[in-house]
Design a protein around this ligand. Structure first.
Ligand code: NDP
Ligand code: 2IT
Length: 448
């Protein structure tokens, strides 16, 4: 059995050599679970790794749409239905010009194990398009979403595949997508999560990923007798996840000093308090402006064009909440050299393998995305439960459930890391705990 992981990875690298993000994610997971799969013959006997790295189904389709001037455009739409061993495919839709099949395969693969960690019955999937919502009018976004759903509707359903938001997909887009699904299928069902409260959404779903990331970081810090209060925090991004991470940090008495977008970073050493956060929310969610505008209103802040938050100032905690590979080896070193004791990932795979190596070597608290940002999809799972029961839980009920789930994920990852001889290594712990349940379920269900 020795060499099983190596041989599967070699074949995968040959077969999909151009899908670099997917290969990066697969390499991390398979390397972590080596101690499990190479010490129990059932996994190789049933070709579990060869099966788990291949999506069950991938749908690729044309998305034609018309802009406000009447001109035609065409984008590519995707849905990667990766694994349904423990529940219907579940995972977000990303609208961003960098979207490729390889990016969505990495996200779908991560989602399989993340969803397993939540303890809820959800398989893994991801989808999206290379459409760029930036600079588009509401009507253009609506026409795009309607065209996208005109193909996707036949592949999804409340018990089949339940998409949600991700980069470039928030409440506005989920609304347009839901409207078109309902019109085409003539069923009112919880086929998407992240819906508005008036038509089947869950309280706390918008907040869930950011809050959950902070809850996870809090659990890691407890293991070292540390707390958020009075800590300085660097956050990247300024979208959904970043905004609610700031809110929870403020509630915990920490001081968030950075936010960013794909153009640059703002540093506000006075801290981004509740009033400033509200300004950021209006700026990004309603006016859809750049984060640079912040410095026009708050003179305490400085703007760094083309820079990321890491290394800009000393801080105790870093929460990358923008995108994949946004923290490289140099950034990680800068963070550690500046006294950072905890990194928790709100984004998916924001740290490169070199960055992860730095965090693990220096033994700082490092919470990988599939554990730390699982609060978003977990609360999507809670939205699905409420839709099935046709009732709505209070804000407090949902938040308590989310908090309990994050505490459980932390416990499961910590225990698995200890059981397999790498205490404190949440990468190994999260991958092993997430994988084991999916793989054992696949074995139970036979060769499918
Ligand atoms: P949003 O679209 O709301 O915000 C994304 C933010 O990240 C924006 O500030 C955006 O800046 C920035 N960003 C996007 N792409 C890049 C890039 N290539 N380089 C630098 N900055 C970039 O998305 P979310 O907040 O929902 O998602 C952020 C991350 O969290 C993603 O990795 C996503 O997969 C992950 N995630 C999201 C969950 C959710 O529930 N929404 C759940 C779990 C994980 P700009 O405006 O300039 O593009
Ligand atoms: O990466 C993620 O977990 C998400 N974008 C949320 C997925 C979901 O189904 O809520």
């Amino acid at each position: 059995m020795k060499g099983y992981v190596k041989s599967v990875l070699e074949n995968l690298n040959k077969k999909y050599y151009w899908e670099k993000e997917f290969l990066q994610a697969a390499s991390e997971v398979l390397t972590s679970i080596k101690v499990l799969v190479e010490n129990d013959p059932k996994y190789q006997a049933q070709s579990i790794l060869e099966r788990v790295v291949e999506p069950e189904r991938t749908i690729i389709f044309r998305v034609p749409w018309m802009d406000d001037k009447g001109e035609f455009h065409v984008n590519t739409g995707y849905r990667v239905e990766f694994n349904s061993a423990i529940g219907p495919y579940k995972g977000g839709l990303r609208l961003h010009p960098t979207v490729t099949l390889g990016v969505l395969k990495f996200l779908g693969f991560e989602q399989v194990f993340k969803n397993s960690l939540t303890g809820l019955p959800m398989g893994g999937g991801k989808g999206g398009s290379d459409f760029d919502p930036k600079g588009k009018s509401d009507n253009e976004v609506m026409r795009f979403c309607q065209s996208f759903m005109s193909e996707l509707f036949r592949h999804i359903g409340a018990d089949t595949d339940v998409p949600a938001g991700d980069i470039g997909v928030g409440g506005r887009e989920i609304g347009f997508l839901f409207g078109q699904y309902k019109k085409l299928k003539n069923v009112y069902e919880g086929v998407l999560t992240g819906k508005s409260l008036n038509w089947g959404g869950s309280l706390i779903r918008p907040e869930a990923t950011g809050y959950g990331t902070v809850y996870f970081a809090e659990e890691m810090m407890k293991t070292k007798g540390e707390v958020f209060k009075n800590k300085k925090v660097l956050i990247s991004g300024s979208g959904n996840v970043a905004q609610y991470a700031v809110e929870k940090c403020n509630e915990y008495g920490a001081k968030v000093i950075t936010l960013s977008d794909s153009n640059g970073t703002i540093l506000d050493t006075d801290g981004i308090n509740a009033e400033k956060l509200q300004y950021v929310m209006d700026l990004k969610n309603c006016k859809r402006c750049r984060i640079k505008e912040y410095t026009g209103k708050y003179k305490s802040a400085k703007y760094f064009e083309g820079k990321k938050p890491w290394g800009i100032a000393k801080a105790d905690i870093a929460l990358p909440c923008a995108t994949q590979n946004e923290v490289d080896g140099k950034d990680a070193k800068a963070l550690v050299d500046n006294g950072c004791i905890c990194v928790a990932e709100g984004a998916n795979m924001p740290s490169t393998p070199e960055a992860i190596e730095v965090f693990l070597k220096k033994k700082i608290l490092y919470g990988p995305g599939k554990a730390a940002n699982a609060g978003g999809v977990a609360t999507s799972g809670l939205e699905m439960s409420q839709n099935s029961m046709r009732l709505a839980w209070t804000r407090e009920e949902v938040d308590n459930k989310l908090h309990a789930i994050m505490i459980n994920i932390h416990k499961a990852a910590k225990q698995a890391a200890e059981e397999f001889g790498t205490p404190g290594n949440y990468v190994n712990g999260a991958n092993i705990a997430g994988f084991r349940k999916v793989a054992d379920s696949m074995i139970d269900q036979g060769l499918v």
